[in-house]
Design a protein around this ligand. Sequence first.
Ligand SMILES: [Zn+2]
Length: 678
Amino acid sequence: MTHFEIRAKDGLARLGRFTTKHGTVKTPLLMPVVHPGKSVIKAPELVSHYGFQMVITNSYIIRSHERFRNIAVEKGVHELLNFSGPIMTDSGTFQMYFHSLPDEEIDPLEIVEFQKSIGTDIGTILDVFSDPKVGKTKVEQDMKISLERAKLSVDMKEDMMLAGTVQGGSYPDLREISAKGLASLDFDVHPIGGVVPFMEQYRYADIVRATLAAKKHLPPDRPVHLFGCGHPMFFAQAALLGCDFFDSASYAKFAEGGRMLHPTGTIHLDQLNELPCDCPVCSNTTAPEFKTLDKTERDLQLMKHNLYVTSAEMRRVRQAISEGKLFHLAATRARSHPALLEAFRVMMEYSQIMVESDPIGKTSSIFYTGSETVMRPEVVSFYQRLYELYPYRNTNTIIIVPDNANRPYSESAGIIIEEVRRRKPEDLILLFLTPIGIVPWELEHVHPAQQGVFPETTDSLSLEVVQQRLHKFLDSISFENLLWFRRNAATNALSDSFKDSGKIVIVETASDLIGGIDDKPDEKQDWIKRKLRAVLTYQWGPEVASMVNLEGLSIDISRSTGKIRHVKLGSEIIFTLVPTTGLFTATYEGGFQLLKHDLDSKYIVRLDDEVREYVADGKSALAKFITHANPNLRAGEEVVVVDSSNTLLGVGKALLTGREMIAFQRGVAVNIRHSKKS
Ligand SMILES: [Zn+2]
């Protein structure tokens, strides 16, 4: 039984809902660490004043103190904390490590039993925390002991949810073994353990490697908890890596040391002449006043500041996921500290795992943040599809028109477009050379080709990627002539690499460019069908491209933008182009036509016949009723939903990947737009 559902995705991040016996919480979330005796700010206040939803406390501390233990055992941990919301408990793993306690201090199975007996919502196994200074052999031994304990603990959990912690230190291969082992057991949450020393030493890159190694093998329907990460400067990046739960003891620890947490780093109060923060604490005092408070009061106010700031950053992360802008937030935060930037660059080396999780058909603008922008998952994904699915591979002439800041591109190349429209793809192909790489004229409206906001000048690292993409694409096309329109200083240099080909002609004006094209226009060219074929192929694969020649097919074009609006068959609309994504949505009849034209099985989702009528009525297709989805299906794709005999029930947008559709038992898999009866 899983308790997690996904509402939106961005990169590896998930905007989710996690249901416990004491309520449902929104993820990603941060749990403040609460000490049953010491915490001055109590659990109910953390919810009402600061917007937290769940807290974490330590079962080892409760068990070790008689007064806490007695209340917890008799009345439950919720009574002990005077809190009716969800509570997670830790097992004492970190205390064992931090205080070098002997092995017999905590019995790994007894502590699981204890957590169950006090009614915690999510308990945690007692694993072995490896000191980063020990060698790989010891880390491997610790990881194996943790895995053995996990196997024994999970059998005892009954109706308590249990967190199985991934260990393996800074060794991705050990993290993979640990994650694989835990994935096969019936856990509910997977903490990434042992990262506190990495956090303290700013070894964020090691956390990235450890997290991604684990994510590769963990079941997608279980939340991942970055155990011990409470600093807001890393939330955006960790969420982008697919971490759903965070916990913070830092809010109190940092306050005790006079330190203020900020999303851009840590600042010591003593260094401040001004308070660079708009939380209620900082808004109601000044730096000099703050410093004069006695230690107890100052610590309390610092703690409050730290809670406000961390809570706000987590809300910012959730908002960014819902808008498809988490990459931008993480890239911005990465500029706060070189170690974060290093981690961000390490993350970019694993771009494929992010591409597979990132939804297709985003609508958000892409603001340039630096050279990593051209490697964003939606951009990498665009090029992977383009190389594979651009339908026109033989031509006489290729025109290259650099275009950096004029969108839509075609508006800055009006008379050139006129010429292209009059010719077949076999005669002429037009490519815009943009800050992310080449964009064929036919696909200029597809996200993210035209949604970028870039500076006039292109940095040299991005330019290298642009050049690679240009060459890779041109290598896949057979052509005789290359006409290069020189009008952008940065990209002019890229034309040099074609000098020896004997095919390139450099032109400096649009009229020279047109003069250089062989004069055999064919006025009867149906240029809009040429675009339609390219978009259909890009979106659903080459099988459906033959639809372009259907008897009775017509295309409505927007007079103001020149973009396709609708595709009709007879008088009935079959596809509508979404202006922000440049991709189609299908009507029910459109879904029928797609199936009739051998739509790639990747875009067909099959459902249990039991809910056939429900979906035919226009209700969402729920994950638990999906019987077949292609593991390579990406979230965000427009799919058709069928029953066991392949009868069309509806068409809509996939909210999950194919792999997630099969794994999840909760939540919507496909949002149905049109169905048999609606
Ligand atoms: Zn503040």
